[in-house]
Design a protein around this ligand. Structure first.
Ligand code: GRF
Length: 200
């Protein structure tokens, strides 16, 4: 199965998926890494793993749909069957979400529906929550909202700083995201309303 990973930044989740594929744990190929940011370190990770990249800045596009259509052309050329958002900082248009319905996943560094948005870790920390975590979910037309695939809690202790919490959350992300991708690739995820059932 050909998959695409969308990035904007460091790409540690991309790396975790690359590593899981090279260990033979996921029987899929990352046929394309898409970035809206030409300076994303994730692109260097892709190049090192010999993965093709497609960089498209949003500058000059008058709306999200036009931007997304350019990307869809590239995905279609490569028969992409799963889109993995890994720190991609743009919201996909409803057009894109409908085109790849139930074939887009995202990772969020908090326990949804708590602490949605771009600063999930910091928001949970500053709120004084005793618990946060990681959510992998399918993407629908609302931000950080689609059916939940995997979720794991991370405790926030008195001794934690924002930095130690970030470390703990990222560690869980790097285990959970490859697992979710593997389940999808093996055809084990069935969506029933808001629930994702893991079938054999
Ligand atoms: C992760 O914390 C992820 O949960 C969030 O963006 C971050 C991406 O990190 N959506 P990286 O680029 O994979 O290192």
């Amino acid at each position: 199965m050909n998959i695409a990973v969308f990035v904007s930044g460091n790409g540690t989740n991309l790396q975790a998926i690359i590593d899981a594929i090279s260990r033979g744990e996921i029987k899929a190929k990352i046929a394309l890494v898409v970035s809206d940011n030409k300076d994303a370190y994730a692109l260097a990770r892709a190049k090192k793993a010999n993965i093709e990249t497609f960089i498209l800045s949003a500058k000059g596009f008058k709306n999200r749909e036009d931007y997304d259509k350019e990307i869809i052309k590239e995905l279609e050329k490569r028969s992409i069957r799963l889109v993995v958002l890994a720190g991609f900082m743009r919201l996909l248009s409803p057009y894109f979400v409908r085109r790849y319905k139930n074939k887009i996943m995202n990772i969020h560094p908090a326990l949804l529906p708590s602490f949605k948005g771009t600063h999930g870790i910091k928001d949970a920390f500053e709120y004084g929550a005793a618990m946060s975590g990681v959510t992998v979910h399918f993407v629908d037309e609302e931000l950080d909202h689609g059916p939940i695939i995997l979720q794991e809690a991370v405790s926030i202790n008195e001794s934690d700083t924002l930095e130690t919490l970030e470390e703990k959350i990222h560690k869980v992300e790097h285990r959970l995201y490859p697992k979710a991708v593997r389940l999808f690739v093996e055809g084990k995820l069935k969506i029933k309303g808001r629930k994702v059932i893991q079938g054999g």
